[in-house]
Design a protein around this ligand. Structure first.
Ligand code: CP
Length: 311
């Protein structure tokens, strides 16, 4: 789409509500078309995309590689330490060389400032494939999944319970763009980033979305038609695991918590899940769970995103 051609996608705040609507419609059309006709749509033919993963990944890595291939492009997979950004070469030199070979850079890294520095030097679009602060590709897939299951986003009530992490930050922005109401339920000291909430509230002034952060998980899910959670210890926080389990246990999504949500509520989790911690088997394996559709939609959402930013 014209509106995102050549743009970086670092937080999801690069979208406008209209661009999100266009994006969601495009995903739906492309998904139907690819299921019906196979692989005749090849807008990335002759183009290459560097996919750099500095943290572990299953879904993001595979869905980008498969998606780029299905669009006719060539994925250049740079996986793990030693692949890029770890040999003492400056970010500027790495990016300036890389963009002589590729038409887009997809990067999973730690600090958001690293992504911003890459984007500063790059003349090709840079897509955030997860940072410590934001996970835009995942939230785009979540919005696609909610729209498929609930047939609308505007005015829908959603809840996120658990750690106010990169998913919570990005869901706030995504919900605001979609006009969806979102209540985040999290313990004190683990709230979403203030700048993410501020940016989301700014967008919500236009879309009418109601955004709030509460302590009580039951209050968070009351009236929610979608309940979302994520791991309690994100990548790099493994040493805090035992302490976090104690703190976050009241936020576990189990059958009791789901019973407090709206009738017909669905459950989302970006995966990988720590079964028995943030979600119980009876919820994630039940028919209200949309987690595998959500994972599949990473592929469809990223294909649409790549075609939009790469033109
Ligand atoms: N949800 C998600 O980003 O999965 P991976 O870490 O496996 O890529």
């Amino acid at each position: 789409m014209e509106g995102l051609r050549g743009h970086d996608i670092l937080t999801l705040g690069e979208f406008t509500p209209d661009l999100l609507t266009f994006f969601l419609e495009r995903v739906a059309i492309q998904k139907r078309a690819s299921i019906a006709t196979g692989a005749n749509y090849r807008p990335l033919a002759g183009k290459s995309v560097a996919v750099i993963m500095l943290k572990p990944s299953l879904r993001t890595r595979v869905s980008f590689e498969v998606g780029i291939c299905r669009l006719g492009g060539t994925p250049i997979m740079l996986i793990g330490e030693g692949s890029a950004f770890s040999r003492g070469e400056t970010v500027q030199d790495t990016v300036k060389v890389l963009e002589r070979y590729v038409d887009c850079i997809v990067l999973r890294t730690f600090a958001q400032s690293h992504l911003e520095e890459v984007a500063l030097h790059a003349t090709v679009p840079v897509i955030n494939a997860l940072s410590d602060d934001y996970h835009p590709c995942q939230v785009l897939a979540d919005l696609v999944t909610i729209r498929e299951r609930k047939h609308r986003l505007t005015g829908l009530n959603a809840a996120y319970v658990g750690d106010g992490n990169n998913m919570a930050n990005t869901l706030l922005i995504g919900a605001a763009l979609a006009g969806m109401n979102l209540t985040v339920g999290c313990p004190e000291g683990h709230e979403p980033l203030p700048e993410a909430l501020e940016r989301a509230r700014h967008i919500a002034e236009y879309t009418g979305s109601v955004l709030s952060v509460v302590r009580d998980p039951a209050a968070a899910v009351a009236d929610a038609e979608v309940v979302i959670t994520d791991t309690w210890a994100s990548m790099g926080q493994e040493e805090e695991h035992a302490e976090r389990v104690k703190l976050f246990t009241p936020y576990r999504v189990d059958a009791d918590l789901m019973a407090k949500a709206a009738p017909g509520a669905i459950f989302l989790h970006c995966l990988p899940a720590h079964r028995g911690e943030e979600v119980t088997d009876e919820v994630i394996d039940s028919k209200i769970s949309a987690v595998y559709d959500e994972a599949e939609n990473r592929l469809h959402a990223q294909k649409a995103l790549l075609t939009m930013v790469m033109g």
